[in-house]
Design a protein around this ligand. Structure first.
Ligand code: HEM
Length: 500
């Protein structure tokens, strides 16, 4: 064959390939926009046809705010990728996460996004329905009202140490409350989990484990993004090849602590007792025990510390709220030892302040994804096809002008029956989620937050450090599964006790 004929043949093969590729892309776009079972859901065109915009914003760390903007423009239900539909409606919480009517299948957790890492045993957070039920029953013992009353002295031991350390350090300039709250909640959960703390408050420093946990959560946001792009094999390769945070170190630490706890053998009012007792009945191996223990630590520390930091920032930047709360705390308690698990329950304004902090700064702002089961389902009156990923994003619903008067304003009064906020949908705030897989630690978290905040306010006057970065603490934050919190610098001045 003459060279020109060869070149001509090659060109026509290239042309055919290019035409096929263009046809495929155009066909996919047309299908996703007009013929796909989710075609009726609105959203920006580029988000509806591809995962790339979503993944871009996951990497950028601003995805919850993007999602909120899309909701406010396109409505309560939006399509934010070819296969993902989000709802911003209080009813959707019940229909996506809640108990389903008998005979209908629960919306399961999105397997790909929850169980990201290969070779990792399932834990309560990603276990399939049956396995989850028995794990949850055993763990619930550690979260009962009775157990929590028994845990109070353990919790108080660490809050005493926190207050002591704050007194020792407050004369040296502003303190980073983010650190102090993190150290306290990690120490408490370490003790409630295994009978020994991480020693953060004792040494006034992070245990290396804590930093690893926070880093690995950020990585999991990136891995979720890669999985959404279809790069699951790459995620497996990176994990198995050791190209991510060495979680083997902290799993080893949890494993050692757990084995010490098992050897102790004594009955202790802690969170792991239920699993230790029933590990044979549930057929749990050490890997699964370690996985669950490690999950308890992550779930039970970072979230509570985040809310406390958020509350401290919102109160110090809304002085009238802080003054009202200070008055409530200091007039309720004549001495510090009156501050107990039971008595903090009577601080109504404090509860309003915490709930409003949950609204403005939900510790889990983003996607708790669920998969629509076989046969599809109806959510907020709209049919959603099987296999669709659905969710309610907390930051978006918590600031949706449809449900809130002055959504961007921190106003605990909306939780106190103030007529100005009469139309607010308080049931749109669900920081602990709802239904059979909601947060097991809800009561523990409220107890810790109330006790810690009451004790700090009883002991100190708080003023946010006057530095521009600090003043924009909340506005500039990024989200990678959880908030990437910068230091929160606050001046603490010990309260001068009136004599007599
Ligand atoms: C402010 C504090 C907290 C917030 C906002 C929070 C939020 C949540 C949310 C939204 C879920 C559902 C996750 C999902 O659907 O995938 C959850 C689950 C869970 N949380 Fe919390 N949590 C907090 C504190 C705690 C504490 C103190 C513990 C105690 C260890 C804890 C233990 C758990 C457990 C074990 C689950 C899994 C429950 C299940 O799957 O049945 N959480 N949490």
């Amino acid at each position: 064959m003459a060279p020109t004929a060869e070149v001509g043949g090659a060109i026509s093969i290239v042309s055919i390939c290019a035409a096929t590729a263009i046809l495929y892309v155009v066909g996919t776009i047309v299908y996703r926009l007009y013929f796909h079972p989710l075609a009726k859901f609105p959203g920006p065109i580029h988000w509806r046809i591809s995962n790339i915009p979503m993944v871009y914003h996951i990497f950028k760390g601003d995805i919850p705010f993007r999602v909120a903007k899309i909701h406010y423009k396109y409505g309560k239900s939006i399509r934010i990728s070819p296969t993902e539909v989000l709802f911003s409606d209080p009813q959707a919480f019940k229909e996506i996460y809640g108990h389903r009517p008998p005979g209908t299948e629960e919306l399961s957790k999105d397997k790909d996004l929850y169980n990201l890492l290969p070779d990792r045993p399932t834990t309560i957070i990603d276990a399939p329905r049956d396995e989850h039920g028995s794990l949850r029953r055993q763990l619930s013992h550690g979260f009962s009202d009775k157990t929590m009353r028994e845990q109070e002295p353990i919790i108080n031991e660490y809050i005493d140490l926190l207050i002591q350390r704050l007194h020792e350090n407050c004369g040296r300039g502003p303190l980073d409350l983010r650190e102090w709250f993190n150290w306290t909640t990690f120490d408490i959960i370490g003790d409630l989990g295994f009978g020994s703390s991480f020693g953060c408050l004792e040494g006034s420093s992070y245990h290396p484990w804590v930093a690893l946990v926070i880093k690995s959560l950020k990585e999991s946001a990136y891995f979720q993004a890669l999985v959404r792009l279809g790069f699951r094999p790459l995620v497996n390769f990176l994990y198995r090849g050791g190209y991510m945070t060495k979680n083997s170190e902290y799993l080893e630490l949890v494993s050692n602590k757990l084995q010490e706890r098992i050897k102790l053998g004594v009955e202790r009012p802690d969170l792991i007792e239920g699993l230790i007792k029933s590990r044979e009945k549930l057929n749990l191996n050490l890997g699964q025990m370690v996985g669950n223990a490690s999950l308890l630590i992550i779930a039970g520390s970072e979230t509570t510390a985040t809310l406390l930091s958020g509350a401290a920032f919102l109160l110090t930047t809304n002085r009238h709220c802080l003054e009202k709360l200070t008055e409530e705390v200091r007039s309720t308690f004549k001495s510090e030892d009156e501050i107990t698990l039971t008595s903090v329950g009577n601080l109504h304004y404090m509860l309003a302040c915490l709930n409003e902090a949950f609204r403005c700064y939900p510790p889990v702002p983003g996607d708790l994804t669920r998969t629509v089961p076989k046969g599809g389902t109806t959510i907020c009156g709209e049919y959603v096809a099987e296999g669709t990923t659905v969710a309610v994003w907390q930051w978006a619903i918590n600031h949706n002008p449809l449900y809130w008067t002055d959504p961007m304003v921190y106003a605990p009064e909306r939780w106190m029956g103030d007529p100005k906020y009469e139309g607010d949908r308080l049931d749109a705030v669900q920081p602990f989620s709802v239904g059979p897989r909601n947060c097991l630690g809800r009561n523990l978290a409220y107890s810790e937050m109330r006790l810690i905040l009451a004790r700090v306010i009883y002991n100190f006057d708080m003023v946010l450090a006057d530095d521009p970065v600090n003043q924009r603490w909340l506005e500039d934050q990024k989200v990678y599964v959880i908030w990437e919190k910068p230091p929160l610098k606050v001046h603490l001045a010990p309260v001068v006790k009136k004599s007599g």
